[in-house]
Structures are given as C-alpha cells and as structure tokens.
Write a protein that binds this ligand. Structure first.
Ligand SMILES: [Zn+2]
Ligand SMILES: [Zn+2]
Length: 172
C-alpha cells in the first residue's frame, strides 16, 4: 500500500491491517510464514518529515542454525521511524550523525508495505536458534546432542559441564 505524503491528514493516518509477504521477501533463508503479518501503524506528517510508528506481529517457521530443525518464531516488534524527503538523500553527507539511521521517501510517496517488510527483516535474529541452549548436531553420529541420543565421547567439552563450571566460578 502506497501512501501519498501530500494526502496524509493533519491528525495522521491509522493503519491496522494484515500484510501477506512470501518467504522470498525475507532475508532469512528457509523461513516460512505461519500467518500473515499484522501491522498497526501511525503515520504523521511533521513539516516535510513523515513519522512512522507502529508494531508488527507475526509467526514464522525458522530453521535452527545449530540443529537444523524447524521451530516456531514469533515476531512482536515496535518501531519508530522518521522518513525524510528525497532531496535530503542527495545531501546525505551534510546530515549529522543522528540522521544516519533515517530513511527517505521518494516522489512524495511512502510504500508502507516496504516499510513493514524492512522492519520485519530487521527484527530477525542473526542466527536463529530453537533455544538458547540448543547444542546442535553431533558431528560424528549426526544425532541431536540435546536429546541424549548421541553417546560419542568426542565432544571436546560438554557445554553443560562448562556452564556448571562457570556457575561455580561465579559463586566464588
Ligand atoms: Zn536447535
Ligand atoms: Zn554423536
């Protein structure tokens, strides 16, 4: 959905709707949507700046980067952005430090769908994990280490033991 910046009313726009994206839109490979992305967004014009504040919710299936099993990942992310008119994009070098993470709108239009998609991609973890203490797959037998199906003695250190050790250290 494209917003015409000149037509944003004084009181701003309130958008509350579902967006259907596809996996190919995502930076995360192997991610699959389990439901549409719900977005609640306030769009306000302040001078020539466009303020975009909102919240996105969705549920996806990610693949754990350690054990390679799919798991459910919930997104509940807030954002508060300022879009500046394109003219300022050309003078970027002159903008101060605090303007570096600002965005730009072009031809007096703001594509809200793109904004939501960008924020969704930014909300993803760098390396998705099914759980913080997922120990992944044993390089020898290929079994999941957490489930105790692996009895190989080759793990140079047992992460659980390491955890216990550092716990004991911290106690001292
Ligand atoms: Zn995992
Ligand atoms: Zn093993």
């Amino acid at each position: 959905m494209v917003i015409d910046v000149n037509e944003i009313p004084r009181e701003g726009l309130h958008i509350d709707q579902d967006f259907d994206f596809i996996s190919l839109d995502l930076v995360e490979e192997d991610a699959v949507f389990l439901q549409p992305t719900h977005a609640e967004v306030e769009v306000k014009k302040v001078g020539s700046d466009v303020q975009v504040r909102g919240r996105i919710n969705t549920r996806l299936s990610f693949v754990c980067s350690r054990c390679l099993r799919p798991f459910e990942y919930c997104v509940d992310s807030m954002f508060d952005l300022v879009y500046l008119p394109e003219e300022l994009d050309e003078m970027k070098e002159e903008l101060g430090e605090e303007d570096l993470d600002r965005f730009f709108y072009y031809h007096q239009q703001l594509n809200l769908r793109d904004v939501i998609l960008e924020q969704l991609n930014l909300s993803f973890p760098l390396r998705p994990l099914c759980s913080e203490d997922c120990e992944g797959i044993c390089p020898v037998c290929g079994e999941l280490i957490n489930q105790g199906q692996c009895s190989c003695q080759v793990h140079d250190s047992d992460p659980r033991l390491e955890k216990l050790k550092s716990f004991m250290r911290d106690k001292k």
